[in-house]
Design a protein around this ligand. Structure first.
Ligand SMILES: [Zn+2]
Length: 293
């Protein structure tokens, strides 16, 4: 016998569909071409630019989704001109995904849109962003040059670290962050605790199963990483463990920076509802991976 009940699943319970629709939202700007076209008609700055003989922009009317929009083609890409009224909305749309810094946010937006002095506007808005101000304490910190400057092979050197304890979310309180030195591919795996067995399982199931065993696994001298269990697992898989020394902790600077940016991006996105980090982690990782390193 078959049940024919069809139940409505709300966004809260239906998390895979919810996540998918949010990913779509991330990839596509919510501003409609028709709204942009009518705003362009009323934008004085655009009229001035069209009459200007000194502007570097090459503006021409092009068909975008059944609308005719002024777009710049000087960079080899078709970038719609954003009228003054819509600029902050475009900024918020792209910045709020994972709250990247000023330069990264400007790069993401300048890839898709154009307006005069956009770099200046975007950097100013990032400096004024409240979630960024409250969670990125160390954003001006520069990581010193390290011995690791020449990556040689994809997924050969993997840097790992543990972030936490975080507010318990779906029974998880820690994250194992893994960064490939060559591709900068980043993973953050939720964990219930930070014991050697949990870390070994998390790394095997989520990294080795997908990318294979690295030649070298770089970590700090945390107790779990130095435990005999962790060493045995590594030996079994042919992985050489390398520990950053207390004299040169900056050798792990790459993952230090990456795991800090995961945590900062998560906290920026969550605001007061920090116990939702488990649900928000995939979208924050998507945002971080889209930022060119
Ligand atoms: Zn921000």
């Amino acid at each position: 016998q078959y049940s024919t009940d069809i139940k409505h699943v709300t966004g809260v319970n239906n998390s895979p569909a919810d996540a998918l629709s949010r990913i779509e939202a991330v990839l596509k700007c919510s501003i409609k071409p028709a709204d942009m076209a009518s705003a362009q008609d009323n934008d004085q700055q655009l009229q001035d630019l069209l009459e200007s003989t000194t502007s570097n922009l090459r503006l021409q009317r092009l068909q975008v989704d059944n609308c005719t929009l002024y777009c710049d083609t000087s960079s080899g890409k078709i970038r719609p001109y954003v009228p003054a009224d819509l600029r902050f909305g475009v900024f918020q749309h792209f910045h709020s995904i994972s709250h990247p810094g000023g330069r990264a946010t400007a790069r993401i937006i300048a890839d898709r849109f154009v307006w005069p002095f956009m770099q200046r506007d975007i950097k100013l808005w990032v400096r004024q962003c409240h979630p960024c101000q409250s969670s990125k304490v160390n954003r001006h910190e520069k990581t010193p040059l390290t011995a690791f400057l020449k990556p040689d092979d994809r997924f050969a050197h993997v840097h790992i670290d543990v972030v936490g304890p975080l507010p318990t979310s779906h029974g998880q309180s820690y994250m194992l962050t893994c960064v490939d030195r060559f591709t900068r591919w980043i993973e953050a795996i939720p964990m219930a605790d930070q014991t050697a067995i949990t870390i070994a399982h998390a790394f095997f199931d989520n990294w080795i199963a997908r990318f294979g065993s690295p030649l070298y696994l770089v970590s700090d001298r945390g107790r779990s990483f130095q435990s005999s269990l962790f060493r045995d697992v590594a030996t079994l898989l042919g992985i050489e463990l390398r520990f950053t020394t207390s004299y040169h902790p900056q050798c792990n600077g790459l993952v230090e920076r990456s795991h800090r940016s995961i945590k900062a991006a998560l906290m920026s996105r969550l605001g007061d509802s920090r116990e939702r980090w488990y649900e928000e982690l995939p979208i924050v990782l998507l945002g971080l991976r889209s930022v060119f390193k």
